[in-house]
Design a protein around this ligand. Sequence first.
Ligand code: OSB
Ligand code: MG
Length: 370
Amino acid sequence: MKVLAVELHRVAIPLVRPFETSFGRQTGRQVLLVRVRTDIGDGWGECVAGSDPVYSSEYVDGCENVIRHYLAPALLAVDDIAAESIAALFAFVIGHRMAKAVIETAVLDAQLRAADTSFASYFGAERTEVDCGVSVGIAPTIPALLDEVALYVAKGYRRIKLKIKPGWDLEPVAAVRELLAPDALLQVDANTAYTLLDLDHLRRLDDYNLLLIEQPFAEDDIRSHVFLAGAISTPVCLDESIVNTELALDALARGATSIINIKAGRMGGYLEALALHDACVEQAVPVWCGGMLETGLGRAANVALAALPGFSLPGDTSASDRYFAEDITEPFVLREGRLAVPTGPGSGVTVREELVSAWAQRPVELLREI
Ligand code: OSB
Ligand code: MG
């Protein structure tokens, strides 16, 4: 296909409740949506980058900039492109994986819509619905946390993930474990808030039958994760550190992680996420699908990915109403703790363009070949 134009849409969407992690508190999302206009039809993608470079080095204005000045010009300059060749086309730009991922996804959406194929069938999905967990932010008080967790349990979520940080860890985990059945699926995510000096403290999490502890240490500190994994019984799961398949295989071989949180945006796109999934299946390493508070657009692709056979743990693929009062696509609705995998061509969802323009932070930016 030939990409004729790249549109950058910026939308601000409030969250139904603030989301607090060890790296900050968020009350809404400033989302970058990309539409590619091609000779075989249009495709959409959602950039997962946050407003600030605090989860990773990427942030939404930075993604926009690298797309505007490097990725879109490279894409618009080629006469024939397919999603499978995007990574090679963009290899001249170092890093900027979330920026690359949104373009690759939009191109894949256009390509699959034209071929009347869903993301799920292209990915090799085997399930028609996926088990869902929910990521619960740091709350102002323990009672407020318990209220929020009880709400999600009542809605049917199959796994609870608690955000933790120094000063908000053992107490909330103990209280939530008390609220849940002893064998209910419970895990924690530290978003790099600890160091090895906290080892004895983190070991106390072993008392709560946790599925895993996600990313306790810095993104580039594989060595400390190896040490922790050898010193506690709770499995260690990496998120931020896993930026490509090769690094994931290295972390696995070194024993830094025994479970992996797969997020396509963090890895440069769904094709790299598929490669990691396949490598993990080969090594019998369980994986689950992470989330970045996506709208229905990004969620559609995540749900399709989570339907692959290696995704053996519930993902952070929650329903639209966990995030937004109104979604920019048809909403994802939880049924018996599961979301249905979209079956239509491409992402299978439709962007509600009237909402995208009503909520726009600024006019659409149109990039064309110069
Ligand atoms: O660490 O998994 C994370 C949200 C934004 C950035 C990082 C993370 C998260 C979540 C929420 O935990 C996952 C979701 O519900 O989308
Ligand atoms: Mg995480």
